[in-house]
Write a protein that binds this ligand. Structure first.
Ligand code: ZN
Length: 213
């Protein structure tokens, strides 16, 4: 029953990619961001399995929003793979608020998905959804990127701002969409990350991720 529902959902996704979404002829180029909680709910699992079925047929990129627990990313990759998805065409979002321990991060990186640090510009003391978590700063995000590059993952890194509130737009006094280009890249270049590696993160990795297989 569970798989039947996920195959029906997969048909909806397939149609949106091949023919168009919401009654238009505008086709989706990426599946996601697939939202999940911790622990994952049955409905979320079905949606993730459906995304995996569609990805298997289309070779398209999938983005996953992990639940707020360090065990979530690994579990989500397992579910995706068991349903036939392609880890090498999948991005795990919000790693900055999900996996903090370096050894655990490397263990996850080995699974082969894209590793996304997408909360650049978010500077706060604690993660508001889990006050026990010390929220990393932009400087710490850059240190983590440098660490993952040193460990051989420069082809798997993606970064973003995840701007989802008005106060982060320049109009409302925020850092706006140019924060990464204006402030983060110059700092990356002074923290052991080369221009070639910056270009991979900003141009080549997104291009490779977004291309259909
Ligand atoms: Zn998200």
């Amino acid at each position: 029953m569970c798989f039947y529902v996920s195959f029906q959902l997969a048909d909806v996704i397939l149609s949106e990619v091949l023919h168009g979404a919401d009654g238009t002829d505008i086709r989706c180029g990426v599946i996601g961001e697939i939202g999940t909680s911790w622990p994952i709910t049955d409905s979320e699992k079905k949606v993730l399995q459906a995304a995996a079925h569609a990805q298997k047929q289309l070779g398209c990129p999938v983005l996953i929003h992990p639940g707020r627990n360090n065990a979530a990313p690994k579990e989500l990759i397992r579910i995706l793979q068991e349903a036939g998805g392609d880890v090498s065409k999948t991005t795990m979002c919000h790693l900055d608020r999900t996996i903090y321990d370096p050894a655990e991060l490397l263990e996850f990186a080995k699974l082969g998905s894209y590793l996304e640090y997408d909360l650049f510009g978010t500077e706060m003391l604690n993660y508001p959804f889990n006050l026990k978590v010390d929220m990393p700063s932009d400087s710490q995000r850059i240190q983590t990127l440098a660490f993952l590059i040193k460990e051989g993952y420069e082809d798997k890194l993606l970064i973003a701002h995840d701007i989802h509130t008005k106060n982060r737009l320049t109009k409302y006094g925020g850092h706006g969409y140019s924060h990464i280009l204006n402030n983060i890249v110059p700092k990356m270049l002074t923290r052991g990350i080369t221009q070639t590696q910056v270009d991979k993160i900003l141009i080549h990795n997104p291009k490779a991720f977004l291309a259909f297989k």
